[in-house]
Design a protein around this ligand. Sequence first.
Ligand code: TNX
Length: 552
Amino acid sequence: AAELARVAADRAAGQLAPPAPVRLDAVVPAPERVLPDPGGDFTLTPDAALRVDPAGRDVADQLAGWLRPATGFPLPVTETADPAEGRLTLTLSPTGAATPTHDTRAAGTPAGEARAAGTPAGDAQDGDARDGDGDDDALGDEGYRLDVTTAGVRITATTPAGLFHGAQTVRQLLPAAVESTTPVAERWVMPGGTIVDRPRFPYRGAMLDVARHFFGVRDVLRVVDHLARYKLNHLHLHLTDDQGWRIAVDSWPRLAEVGGATEVGGGPGGWYTRDDYRRIVAYAARRHVTVVPEIDLPGHTNAALVAYPELAPGKTAPPPYTGTEVGFSYVDPADERTYAFVADVLGEVAALTPGPWLHLGGDEAFKVPAESYRAFVARAQALVAATGKTVVGWHQLAPAEHAAGRVLQWWGTNGDDPDTAEAVRRGARLILSPGNHAYLDMKYAPDTPIGHDWAGLIDVRRAYEWDPGTHVRGVPAEAVLGVEAPLWTESVTTLAEVEYMFFPRLPAVAELGWSPRETHDWSRFRSRVAAHGPRWATAGITFHPSPEIPWP
Ligand code: TNX
C-alpha cells in the first residue's frame, strides 16, 4: 500500500520526463507489420474532423471521445463520403486492402508462417515477399490497416472490431498527454507511415475474480477499458466461489441475496442484478470485448450451499466462508436437484450473455471422487450445450468426455500434461493461462504487498517469456485458441490494486496473444512498454514500477 501511494505521489509530482515523440513501432501489442515514413508525420489540429462509414460510426465516436478531453478540440464525426471533410478517416472495406506499398517483411520467410512481419520497424526492406497463398491481404475479423501521412490518418478494416483496434493504435501513437482528462498544450503529432496488423490468436482475455472480493459495475467497466487498450477481446468473470455468489438468478433468488452477502475477510460482498450484468456486457460489447461468465462447479460452491442447503451433500447449510482455502466444498453430484439447479443457473446466465461461451469452472473439486466428477462434468457440459453455448472450463475437465467445441483453460505450471494433451487429441482447444507466467495474482517480487507466490514470483519478463503456441507438450499451435491472464482476488480489494497487479503484466500477456511470434523480443518489448508508464500515470492508472523496465 505504501508503494502504491508513493507511485501515485511521484507521478502526481510530475517527476516523469517530458514525452519523447512517439515512434511508429512503439505500439503495444507489437503490430504485425510496421513501415515508418519519417516524412509523413501528421499533426492533429483544432479544425480536424473524423469521417467514417455509417457502420463504423460508433468506433469513430469512441475515438473522438478519447481525443477530445486532452486536445480540447471539437473533433466532430461526420458520415460524409467527401474526403475533404475529415482528416481522420475510418473506412470499412470488404477486402481490407492490407498490402502496404512497401512490404516490411523479411524476404525468405517460410511460406505458411509468412503472415508475420518479423522485421522490426527501421529494418524495413522493400521487395515482394508475398507467399502467394492469397491470404496476405485479408485483415480478417479483427485486423486493420493504418496509414499516417502529412495529409491525414486513415484506418481501414473489414469489421468495426478491426477499426476499434486501429483506433486504439492511433491513441497510442499520439503523445502520452492524450491521456489527460483536461486540455493540455501539446503538439499532437503522430509518426508517419503504415501499420498492417491482425491478431495471432482469436481469444485474448483477462479474468477478474469478483467472488473472493466483490467489484462493482464501475470498477468492472474500467477493467474493460484496460483490456480494450491492449486489444484483449474477452473478459472472463469468475462470478461464483466459496466466498460469494455474484449474479442474480431469478429461479434461485437466495444464491445472490444470501450467497452474495459475504467475501474474503468478512466484508459486505455484493452481487450484480440482471441489469448490472447487462450493463457490463453491453459496455464490453461496444469495446469489442466478449464477456465469459463462469459458474464454478461442482467445487468452489460454499456460498451456494449456504443459500440452498439442499444442494449440499449432507443437506445441511455450512457456515459462510470468508477465508482463502480451496477445495473443501461441492454440490451433491448424487442428487437430481443439483442438476435442476445447474440447468436453471446456466440457462439464466446464458440468456443474459450474448457471447458464445459459458465457463463451468471445474477446478479443485478435491472432495469429489474421480468417477462422479467425470459423470457430473459430462452432464454439466450437456446442460451448457442445451443453452446453445460452448463449454469452457479449467483443465481439470480434461478427463471427462469430450463435448463439441469445448475449450479447456490450462493453468498448469509444467507444460508436460498428458491429460490435457489427450483431451486436445479428442478435440478440445486450449486457452493458455500458465500459473507461473500469466497469473496476475502472483507477486512481482518478494516485497509485493499483495498477491500469492504458489506459482512463483512473476515480474514482467517472466510474464512475457513464453510461447502460447508451443507451451504445452503435444498441443499444436492450431489447438490453441488463445491466452488469458487471470486475476484472483483473495488479497486484491480495490480497483487500484487490480491495476497494480495488471500493469505492466497485462500488456505482456496481451502481446503474446496478439503479436506474431516473429516480433517477440524482450529488449524491444521492455522499451515499448516503458513508454506506457507516462500514459498510465496521466490516465490515473496505478502500476508496478518494475525495475525490469527502463521507465523514462
Ligand atoms: C487456484 S487457478 C485456483 C483459485 C485460487 C488461485 C489462487 C484455479 C483454477 N483455481 O481458486 O484463487 O489458485 O492463485
